[in-house]
Design a protein. Structure first.
Length: 370
């Protein structure tokens, strides 16, 4: 079985959760308090991770599909695992479509969308065919590139004196209601609730005794970064621009003008966009293949390309970008709490009941023996 180290797990969590998230001003329904909505969602996300880790600790060598088989039995557990595999593939498809739409809008306006999506999916499929260890090493290589790029953007924004803290005011002008509404379910579902995917990957960690510590510290760190980036973009653009701009971070970077020569840093944002979407797409694709393998017993190598073909074909089902965005934000984010909250809670509860029933049975047997 393939294995990854604790540093690789930490980097995977960070790069996966960051993804393309900082490029958008999430939680904008809360207006200037979007960063507070992000903070609330991050706290709920950490509580969800407590549930995920608790479930994983019961069977450290089991993946997500195997956990459902253990708790719910062959048929029901297998059906739930299959639904998860389909959900992972669907989420991967959304990232493939994002690459096609954003590339067409911002860079290659005359290149056929099908070609762009085919190329990025082929790269992801090749990575998945090599397995988790190779994907983890790719994430390690991309991590410093993304980190340096974000650091450069932050430094240049401050050097150009673009952030204005007054743009974050007034604080909770309409109370906590709008903040909570923006946080749940949308921000909890994306990105923080997506930590559920690591129920697929935790079984491959070599040092399982540090799973809880590594996971929580990585999630806390990346959550703080995402909240900071949300505040930074809002303080640069203000509410009016943040609400109407498709890619707020790109808009903020385009405002940088230093010494009459340092400008047009769009290429950095574009690089970050592709890194984020590639990592997220590949992680979800790989999770779909691994979960399908666990519930069907099929060979890994026989699943990689059929799943990839299904993802590519499904990326054409949405007629246009408007429909794609509507489906993602108004429909998908309202459904995914089933996978991120409801089913994991059932897993937690069923496991507790099974444990107590087993303990009661052992106690009864001991009494009869005595």
């Amino acid at each position: 079985m393939q294995q990854i180290g604790k540093q690789q797990l930490s980097i995977l969590i960070i790069v996966f959760l960051i993804g393309s998230t900082p490029l958008f001003e999430l939680g904008i329904k809360a207006k200037p308090d979007s960063w507070l909505a992000m903070t609330m969602a991050a706290v709920i996300g950490l509580l969800l991770t407590v549930i995920y880790v608790t479930v994983q600790k019961r069977a450290p060598e089991a993946g997500l599909g195997e956990l459902y088989l253990i708790h719910f039995g062959k048929w029901l557990g297998g059906a739930v695992g299959l639904i998860y595999a389909l959900w992972f593939a669907y989420e991967s498809m959304r990232n493939v479509r994002d690459v096609g739409e954003l590339t067409n809008m911002a860079l290659l306006t005359v290149t056929p969308k099908w070609m762009i999506m085919l190329l990025i999916l082929f790269v992801a499929a090749y990575t998945v065919s090599k397995g988790l260890e190779v994907f983890a090493r790719v994430a390690q290589l991309l991590f410093p590139i993304a980190g340096i790029s974000y650091l450069l953007i932050i430094l240049l924004l401050f050097i150009a004196k673009l952030p204005d803290i007054h743009q974050l005011l007034p604080l909770m002008e309409n109370g906590i209601g709008p903040v909570a509404k923006a946080a749940f379910p949308d921000l909890v579902s994306f990105p923080f609730g997506q930590m559920v995917i690591f129920l697929v990957y935790w079984k491959y960690l070599k040092e399982k005794q540090v799973l809880r510590k590594v996971t929580f510290w990585a999630q806390v760190g990346v959550s703080a970064f995402l909240i900071f980036m949300n505040m930074l973009v809002m303080s640069v653009l203000g509410l009016s621009l943040s609400e109407v701009t498709a890619l707020p971070l790109l808009q903020a970077v385009q405002l940088i003008r230093l010494a009459n020569f340092l400008e047009r840093l769009d290429v950095i944002v574009t690089l970050l966009l592709y890194i984020g979407l590639y990592v997220k797409m590949t992680a979800l694709y790989l999770a779909a293949v691994l979960t399908l393998k666990e519930v069907t017993g099929a060979a890994y190598r026989h699943l990689v390309w059929p799943v990839g073909v299904a993802i590519y074909a499904a990326s054409f089902l949405e007629p246009n970008n408007t429909y794609h965005i509507w489906l993602g934000f108004d429909v998908t984010l309202k459904i995914v709490p089933l996978f991120q909250i409801v089913l994991p809670l059932l897993l937690l509860i069923v496991g507790v009941r099974k444990r107590y029933k087993k303990a009661a049975q052992q106690h009864s047997d001991a009494g009869q023996t005595g």
